[in-house]
Design a protein around this ligand. Structure first.
Ligand SMILES: [Zn+2]
Length: 113
């Protein structure tokens, strides 16, 4: 499952940062995830508990910020909300669009102790 590898890389990153700060566990983790990043939020929830078990993230408060998808049409310049990476421009129906936001997958901050 794709989401499992995503969570495992978040765990790895958190382990490293926590060690760097001489801490032993994470109290809170803030993650930005774009709605076009290909992450199934339900699946992420589903794998999270098992993936963080026995890691520094076990028991950490998890705050996920969903970044809405926005695209810009390369033909008419219109900016619009994208729910899917293959959405067409609502004004001219072009498929030549540039994704402006929505593909983020970033750990914004960690509170360690
Ligand atoms: Zn357009």
């Amino acid at each position: 499952m794709h989401e499992l590898s995503v969570v495992m890389s978040i765990v790895e990153m958190a382990e490293e940062k926590t060690r760097q700060h001489g801490a032993t566990n994470v109290e809170q983790i803030n993650i930005d995830i774009g709605c076009l990043a290909g992450i199934e939020f339900g699946a992420l929830d589903f794998v999270w508990e098992a993936a963080v078990k026995d890691s520094v993230l076990e028991g950490a408060e998890r705050i996920i910020h969903k970044i809405p998808g926005r695209g810009k049409c390369s033909v008419c310049g219109n900016q619009f909300q994208m729910n899917n990476i293959f959405d067409s421009c609502p004004t001219c129906q072009s498929y030549q669009n540039e994704v402006i936001t929505g593909q983020e997958l970033i750990v914004k901050s960690l509170i360690v102790n």
